[in-house]
Structures are given as C-alpha cells and as structure tokens.
Design a protein around this ligand. Structure first.
Ligand SMILES: [Zn+2]
Length: 391
C-alpha cells in the first residue's frame, strides 16, 4: 500500500486512460482505493499507479457458472466431493483472468460450492466472489430420494429451505429437460411446484433462477415469479412481454452450446450431437434478438463447466450479435448482474463504496466488445491485484 500525502492517507490511486464506471466514461482518470473498497473516481494524487494504457471497467459478473464441475476427478468415489474444491481451483483462476470478479454458481453436488465460496472469502483460495445455490432442484417422479430431487409443492418448498439452511445464497431449479447431451426442453416441474419454490425462496429472503430450455417451462417460471430465467428459447411474445413487466432478468447462455460444439470429442458426445446444438444456438440467438427488441433486461451467464472457464465472457459477443451495443452488453455483465444478485451497492460498478473490483482492458470496449473479451490485462478484486499480464 502506498503512503500518500493529502486527502487519502492510506489510499492508492490507479491512473487509467479512461474509466467506464458502469454508466459513463471518465477520460484520463484515477480510481482511488482504500483497503478493499473504492473511495473515489476522478482526480489523481501524487504517486498514482500508471495504468494509462488501459481502460478500466468494473470487475465483471458471470451469473451462471458451475465452478465445481471438473472433468478429471479420478479420486476414489468416497473422496470425490471433498477433492472438488482443490481440483476446481483452476476454474476459479481462469475466471479471474477474464476480468470476472463475481459469479453466481447455479448447481453443485455435496455443497462443494459452499466450501469454495467460503474458502475464497476466507482468503484461503484465489477466485471470484461466489454466490452459490447448493443443489439445483430436479423432479423426483418416483426415483429414490436424493438431496436434489423433489415432487410436489410441499417437498419442493422443503428442499428450498434445506438449501438455504445449508448456506445457499440463491436457489436453482431445473424447470425443463436440457443439457449438453440433450437439447430437448420439455417442462419438468409444474407451475404449482415452481410457484412453491419461488415463494419459499422469497420467504427466506433469497432469489431464484429457473432453468428452462423450452418455452413452456419458461412461461410458467415467469408466471411463478422467478428472478431470472436461464437459457430459454422459442418464447412467445406474451412471455417476453411478461418478462419485461415483471423486471425478470433473462440469462440466455448462448455461448455454452458453442463450447459443447467445439469440444464434442472431449466431452464424448454421441454422434450427431453437433447438429442439435447448432440448431439450439440459432433458436437461442433468435429468442435473444426478440428479447433485446422488447426491452428485456439481460445478465451475462456463461454456464461454464469443465474446460470452459477462461471463456466466461464470450457470451458478450452473442449479445452484440443479438442487437445490443457494446455498452449494453457490458451493462449486462456488470450493473445488471449486480442488481440480479441484490449486490448493486458492492459490485458491478466503479463507484465510491463498492468493492475495488476492476478490470483493465487494452482498447476501447465501448467501440469493440472483443476488447473486453480478449484484452483483459490486469484485474483487481477487493483492492488486491489478482491478475497482471502487462508487459
Ligand atoms: Zn447451468
């Protein structure tokens, strides 16, 4: 920490060529940091750290990750869950390198996500701030009981309360079929079950994300009061209008299927999977276009698993293809993500009082979104430099 004379005795100034604070651009400005927080934006004191080659943007927020999904876990079955936070350290580091300093992690087994969140918060592991869901709820429908399976509104509500009691920050529900191997989007939980989950989450002061690949689960998730809608394709105009009027966030996760296409062999997908995935991508993009035109609020979610970490922000290029300006796409990855988390005082903007979460990019990300995707050179999280790739 630098000792400065003048107003900010224990602070340090970081001098950027430009600062996009989440709302507007400050040319040739300093971000003043004291301990883990930002205390000012604007003028520079003596001894500022020279980052004038770069544009500062708020540390980005990826609102849909699966940080605990590791491809290689050859640890004996009984020890597998315990090994996950160790094996997933690389996922956390690669995420930071993309300029993402906060994630919402939507579905993990054995509360490995809670362990990672706490280890990161304790400073024992390097990674983004994590807001985690514990188990994502799926339909049981006659299968043996398991910590992630529920049938009927009462059991659903109990499962939600169990995740909250275990320490979950947010609730995740799988409201349709659909995954990398299966791009069908058949609704699973009924409207009444979704409503029970939303009501139980909200009663506990938590928010809920409902996954639906197809339009039926999406329609019911929206009517049931979900806070964000994950993935959904083929939504009709009435559902999109209701997303707007209820101020629900849409997290289309278009890029994760691109990752599956690129890694079909690595992931051992059955022959022909690529056609279904590409078809899904096209419908996903078209639905996002309609949503952009209708004024839906988006948040950036990668749905990153396995080796996709490090590609967390590629979703932003799809947002621009769907009709957003680069600035609108960046808002989805910053201020909107913060609002979805209910953390807008603390993250998603470069402003006094917020955590000192800043990414320095080389170029103008408001002119070319690829600057934010490919040219992150330096990242600060909570006042600590966690990535430095300057030459
Ligand atoms: Zn997911």
């Amino acid at each position: 920490m630098l000792l400065l004379f003048g107003s900010c005795v224990w602070g340090a100034d970081y001098h950027f060529g430009a600062v996009w604070d989440g709302n507007k651009v400050w040319k040739d400005a300093c971000v003043t940091v004291e301990k883990d927080r930002i205390t000012g934006v604007g003028g520079c004191g003596a001894g500022a750290v020279d980052l004038k080659r770069y544009t500062a943007i708020p540390g980005m927020i990826d609102v849909h990750t699966h940080m605990t999904y590791v491809l290689d876990n050859r640890v004996s079955r009984a020890g597998r869950a315990a090994a996950v936070p160790y094996l997933a350290q690389g996922n956390a580091l690669k995420t930071l390198e993309t300029g993402v300093t906060t994630v919402r992690d939507l579905g993990a087994s054995g509360y490995t996500d809670i362990a990672m969140r706490d280890l990161i918060n304790l400073g024992r592991m390097k990674g983004p701030r994590m807001f985690v869901s514990g188990y994502g709820l799926s339909i049981r429908r006659g299968r043996p009981a398991a910590p992630n399976l529920a049938d009927g509104p009462e059991e659903v509500a109990r499962m939600v309360r169990e995740q909250v009691a275990a320490g979950a920050d947010v609730i995740k529900m799988y409201g349709s079929t659909g995954s990398g191997r299966d791009v069908s989007g058949t609704q699973t939980f009924s409207f009444d079950e979704m409503k029970a989950a939303c009501d139980a989450a909200h009663a506990a002061g938590k928010r809920i994300a409902i996954h639906s690949y197809g339009p039926d689960g999406a329609r019911d998730a929206v009517r049931a009061g979900t806070d964000s809608l994950e993935h959904a394709t083929d939504m009709d105009d009435a559902t999109i209008a209701e997303i707007v009027s209820r101020r629900i966030f849409y997290v289309p996760t278009i890029d994760h299927n691109r990752y599956y296409v690129d890694n079909e062999k690595l992931l051992n997908y059955p022959p022909g999977s690529v056609d279904g995935l590409n078809n899904f991508i096209a419908r996903n993009l078209e639905t996002a276009r309609k949503a952009v035109r209708a004024g839906v609020r988006f948040a950036m979610g990668s749905d990153a698993v396995y080796t996709m970490f490090g590609e967390n922000t590629r979703e932003l290029a799809w947002f621009v293809r769907a009709g957003m300006t680069p600035e609108q796409a960046l808002r989805a990855a910053t201020v909107n993500g913060a609002e979805l988390l209910g953390m807008d005082k603390d993250v998603g903007a470069i402003k006094p009082g917020a955590f000192a979460d800043v990414a320095a990019v080389e170029g103008d990300p408001l002119a070319d979104i690829n600057v934010a995707i490919e040219r992150v050179r330096w990242v600060m999280k909570g006042g600590e430099v966690v990535v430095d790739k300057r030459r």
